[in-house]
Design a protein around this ligand. Structure first.
Ligand code: MN
Length: 290
């Protein structure tokens, strides 16, 4: 199932070029909560009851043209947005360019098995997350702001010290992630966590519909120009590995997002351009830059 959040926080199921509005059924299925709120995204945490409610509501749900709605991030309240640096071999190679590493974020990982063994993972701010229908607003005009297209994993069932063998069973679904980045000397958590610098969309595709996350073609074009092309089979640390590594440090919660890293071809975006990002079995989204 492809589940989107759109317009004034409505919930829809995407079927071809249509959105079926199931907002009322979702609201009825979610528990009422009060302060202090449980950590995690309420919708994702309750998927086991929400999904059957959506199924039951679908036959009579109002249908809207997909082109007429404004898509928000399918995960409304991700507690963590965890991200992997330097996780595709050809991106590690291209990151030797000083225009990308600025003499600080060096791709070299001598003595370590992988770049992530050296650098670890990093956090992006959940408050910087937007959806496909919102605009990326560049915070450092005049500097090189790049697109990074990535497979984004949405955790369904939380846990600590999740083993590689159990990892896939903790996934609710997937979406496309754009890890927008200004190149420079600052820490990743500063350069990559500005407001609007984390795009998730266009919708959440439940894990059963995506299949094996280790073999998905994906890419991005900017104003029609081919920029990045790869397949998740080239990940240095694959999805189960990233879940194992992340959950050793952060107890994972429903709605946590793991952005798995970007392949080669990172390049500049400028105000007025449109990014077209796509991942096999998930979909495609056009995101504008302001
Ligand atoms: Mn990235």
């Amino acid at each position: 199932m492809k589940i989107c959040r759109f317009d004034d926080d409505r919930v829809g199921v995407v079927e071809g070029d249509a959105v079926r509005d199931v907002t009322d059924a979702v609201a009825a299925a979610l528990p009422l909560v009060r302060w202090p709120l449980p950590i995690g995204d309420l919708f994702i945490a309750n998927l086991a009851t929400v999904l059957p409610a959506i199924e039951a509501a679908l036959p009579s749900a109002r249908s809207l043209p997909l082109s007429g709605v404004s898509l928000k991030s399918p995960v409304a309240n991700p507690p963590h947005v965890i991200a992997a640096p330097l996780n595709y071999p050809l991106h590690v190679q291209e990151a030797a360019d000083p225009a990308i590493n600025h003499g600080v974020h060096m791709p070299a990982h001598d003595g370590f098995a992988t770049p992530i063994d050296k650098y670890g993972l990093f956090l992006k701010s959940h408050t910087g997350v937007i959806g496909a229908g919102q605009k990326v607003i560049l915070h450092w005009p005049g500097r090189r702001n790049d697109h990074e297209v990535e497979l984004a994993v949405v955790i369904g069932r939380g846990g600590k010290n999740i083993s590689r063998d159990d990892a896939l069973s903790h996934i609710a679904g997937y979406c496309i992630g754009l890890d927008i980045t200004v190149r420079g000397t600052e820490d990743r958590s500063f350069r990559k966590a500005a407001d609007t610098y984390s795009v998730l969309g266009p919708w959440l595709v439940t894990a059963d519909e995506v299949g094996d996350p280790a073999n998905l073609d994906f890419g991005i074009e900017v104003d029609g120009e081919k920029r990045q092309r790869s397949n998740t089979k080239h990940l240095i640390c694959d999805v189960p590995d990233l879940i194992e590594r992340a959950s050793r440090v952060y107890a994972l919660n429903p709605g946590d997002v793991i952005m798995t890293g970007t392949p080669d071809g990172v390049a500049e975006i400028t105000p007025g351009c449109t990014m077209h990002a796509w991942i096999e079995n998930i979909g495609a989204m056009d995101v504008r830059v302001a």
